[in-house]
Design a protein around this ligand. Sequence first.
Ligand SMILES: Cc1cc2nc3c(=O)[nH]c(=O)nc-3n(C[C@H](O)[C@H](O)[C@H](O)COP(=O)(O)O)c2cc1C
Length: 335
Amino acid sequence: MISNSFKTNELANYRLSIAPMMDCTDRHFRVLMRQITKRSLLYTEMIVAQALHYSNNRNKLLDFDEIEHPISIQLGGDNPNLLAEAAKMAEDWGYDEINLNVGCPSPKVKSGNFGACLMGKPKIVAKCIENMKKSCNIPITVKHRLGIDNLDNDDYLIKFVDTCAIAGANRFIVHARKAWLNGLNPKENRTIPPLQYERVEKLKNKRPELLIELNGGINTINDCIKTLKIFDGAMVGRAAYTHPFIWTNIDPMIFGETQDYQSRSKIIKKIIPFAQKNLENNGRLWDISKHVLNLIENIPNAKAFRKELSEKCQNSKADVSILKNIAQQLEDAGH
Ligand SMILES: Cc1cc2nc3c(=O)[nH]c(=O)nc-3n(C[C@H](O)[C@H](O)[C@H](O)COP(=O)(O)O)c2cc1C
């Protein structure tokens, strides 16, 4: 029995989370997602602890808007001291949680000895967790795979999780497939190794006292509801990024919250002040509009709307009048 046990909170934000995704879950996408769900836990893209240490522009790496809470920062790294320093910075910056990336198989991450290859070095992961726990008071979670290469069996997985739990990890997010570190690129590592939910379920059954979340191939709110019958949380990645509008009922259906009627035009109108603020900070309209594109699907003329948005917003001088205009057109068309 692991001494470090936590009680499941039925309404905890981690019941549904939007996965960390490089080049997708930037602060602009998170602001958009926040108009769709107030309760879900949002993750940053991975931020490398070493980059934070040497950066002379930490604001750029760490800044987020107050409305993004609850928000978890995902850190990458294998140096316990640098990770402890990064954890402290993240806590001071106001993040709600810290997540350690032990699931990314990209060659670049592997060459830095972190990400998924750390599944082969549980003692180092434990030391990283211990140091992070010592340096801050917010939860430290671990996102990992079922296994890597030939380290891919249930006993190894349980031992890995036990080692992290003893070190103080508060929750585990298991991407329910293994990763091949040689031979598959990151995209292939998200599709070719089969999803094996039953193995994550076995882990949860063997360690009922630990908080275990399922990730991988969860595509609808109904999938989440099914997931939550077994696991403590459901993490959604690609389906949330590519089809944000199908998630508008998360708050009522997963968290039991009441919610006003949501429409695409309302969501776009709500992000306009954030787009304006970004322009005032020398950003571009495209920063947020590129994520808005995915909101416009499954309606008549979606392709034409997306074309207009994409062409006009990519102009470096584009201002929020373009978003206002698109929102009005969508509203007039009943969306
Ligand atoms: C474009 C992209 C970037 C990703 N970047 C990260 C990352 O930075 N950190 C991480 O832990 N996982 C990353 N992932 C993996 C996702 O978090 C998630 O584990 C994976 O997509 C499986 O979930 P899904 O089937 O719901 O998409 C990324 C996935 C995609 C598609």
